[in-house]
Design a protein around this ligand. Structure first.
Ligand code: ZN
Length: 138
């Protein structure tokens, strides 16, 4: 079995941002040489998510509006912020959007439906963050 790993780095300009990382993941799969297998994509941080959805800017704003309504940024509101942090909302938003993506690789390509794309969801940005991409298979 082959195994290949790379890291993607991000330093977003905004506190919350969604970045389409499908092209980078496709390139890593190509480099891995794996034709039949799986790819795991996960942030190495607990205030960010990786998820699959549509690459449509209106929907992304709907996601952000939903998250802000459910879990507003508010330094005073959350117990976690009594530790001196201000990112309790970011931890909870990450729980709502999940940790990782696992996707099938068939004939060397992501085996996706028409509209599926992989996103990095940043909820506490403007600092250096990493995403692990690990490919396994034959
Ligand atoms: Zn925290």
């Amino acid at each position: 079995m082959k195994s290949y790993r790379e890291y993607l780095s991000f330093n977003t300009r905004k506190r919350q941002e969604f970045i389409n990382i499908t092209p980078q993941v496709e390139e890593i799969i190509r480099k891995s040489g794996v034709k039949e297998g799986l790819v795991l994509v996960n942030p190495m941080h607990i205030t960010a998510s990786c998820f699959i959805n549509d690459n449509e800017s209106g929907l992304h704003q709907d996601f952000l509006d939903f998250l802000e309504k459910m879990v507003p940024y508010d330094v005073e509101k959350y117990r976690h912020n009594r530790t001196g942090e201000d990112n309790a909302d970011s931890h909870i938003k990450r729980q709502l959007f999940g940790r990782e993506v696992v996707a099938a690789i068939t004939e060397g390509k992501l085996d996706f439906g028409t509209w599926e794309q992989i996103f990095y969801g940043e909820f506490d940005g403007m600092r250096k963050k990493r995403v692990l991409v690990k490919v396994i298979g034959e």
